[in-house]
Design a protein around this ligand. Sequence first.
Ligand SMILES: CC(=O)SCCNC(=O)CCNC(=O)[C@H](O)C(C)(C)COP(=O)(O)OP(=O)(O)OC[C@H]1O[C@@H](n2cnc3c(N)ncnc32)[C@H](O)[C@@H]1OP(=O)(O)O
Length: 539
Amino acid sequence: MAKAGLLILTQPLSHLHSLILPIIKQASVVVSDTLYVFLQPALQNQQLSKSTFLYPLGFTKELQSFVKEFYLNSSRLCHNLDIRILLSHISSNPSAHIAVPYSLKKEVSVLLSDSVKFQDSWMQGKNSLTDILKTSFSNIKSDLSFSLLSIGSAESSSSSESEVLELLQTYPNVVLGGTFDQLHTGHKVLLTESCLRCDKKLTVGITDGERNKKKVLWELMEPYEVRWQKVDNFVKEVKPNIVLEAVKIFDPFGPTITDPDLQCIVVSDETKAGGASVNEERIKRGFSSLDMVTIELIEDSCHAEDEESKISSSSYRKRLLGTLLTQVPVKQHLDKCPYRLAITGGIASGKSNVCSELEKLGAKIVNCDLLGHKAYAKGMPAYHKIIQEFGNSVLGEDEEIARPKLGQIVFNDKSKLEKLNSIVWPAIRQLAEEEISGYKKAGAKVVVLEAAVLLEAGWDDMVHEVWTTFVSAEEAIRRLITRNKFNKEDAQKRLDSQISNVDRIARSNVAICPEWEFEVTRKQVEKAWSLLQKRITQA
Ligand SMILES: CC(=O)SCCNC(=O)CCNC(=O)[C@H](O)C(C)(C)COP(=O)(O)OP(=O)(O)OC[C@H]1O[C@@H](n2cnc3c(N)ncnc32)[C@H](O)[C@@H]1OP(=O)(O)O
């Protein structure tokens, strides 16, 4: 199977419209990752030459709806094929249009087409056809293969009246904005419409800062640089003949209220109210109001019961829970069996429940909290060191160390917490290794190290992978107030004494979010466990 392919469609769009689904289905059998789609009806009747590929195509309603339908059908199939429809040869003024060659990022190793004529040219001169292709598209592999789509032909749609062939309006300067997390079909439709509407400069506002933190599972949001890179990569591939300016935005307006030269804003049904506010602000500043092009929200045919019905980044982020976020590094110093997993996570983030579920699934649990208690039980070396450091006031009536008393001291003084850690962590680590050895002897396949501050302690070297649990700060505080009877201030202090969820996730392989009903957490754990079993088998 080829990783990237170039699909050249030559039949009139009115014919192809009802064939989109079979086209994508067939292409997805041949191509696994990226499918570049190139519409060129001129290839039906023009002699094949260097200029035929980039022959200008009118930006009509028919083309606009075809492009959108193509993306919609691809998302209906719920596959992972990244479809990119190439747009630089499409124009509202075809007679004056000069298209530039496409610069494709992925190397194309298969050419697909609906054209028998094209296949004939291929048979007659594979090399010369490849050479012609290379003048219009970069990154075409020299030993390209060819696949003819057997889609037959369909009835022309009845609506091919002048209305659908009328050229649509374009603008020199177009603007749009969004979060653009996990670049999905909804984003592609929005960016595609913006590219089609734009003749010169496309300004894309990409949100950053505190506003993003209002989104569901914002902790899993891609960093700004990654989101920017994906937008940049998409626009530059599909429409290389416009200038792209991607800017960071921290409010709903961004450059729309500072750049008087913009003419058109592209919004979705969901953000059109924002578009109206933009125009109010522009008028207050003496700027012309922007023409607004609105895209309908796109339904997500593959959404789960607990996900939104529209395609949304938050659903995509939910789907990341339990999956591998970062590759597992090879740790030569660890035995392959038992496979060592760490469950870490912030205070009150649901680690213990996750561990109970993992235990039901067959894992053996090493609870470092309990080992901590064991490490400074009366008579143990750490017991004496703690009394030496913190005094007798940390003892209870039974002469054991009273953890709530010790907690009061260390969670109010960072240096004291560090002192306690330096006393107890080596002792806990040793006890944990002993317990793991015991499980190894008993033939355990997976051992889970439950350790609240594993990453802070630098214990990731003890395990093959790190899984982190996280809940929002509000939820953690709510739990601490009800579970631990803390007041809000103390709860916040405990939270602040730990590293942030974002930092913890960045250093973890898998993330689990026990923010909602337990059933939702259980499903995440089951998913993570089943993917883990596959990884272990492959290793
Ligand atoms: C490397 C590891 O993760 S080992 C396991 C964690 N234990 C340690 O680090 C040992 C030092 N800590 C302790 O001895 C105890 O936590 C004490 C004495 C400070 C407080 O005891 P208690 O009041 O009984 O609180 P408890 O042990 O339940 O911990 C409460 C929360 O404090 C947090 N916490 C525990 N130890 C630490 C620490 N060293 N640094 C920062 N936060 C910590 C945990 O998130 C825990 O929340 P969780 O139970 O939801 O995970």
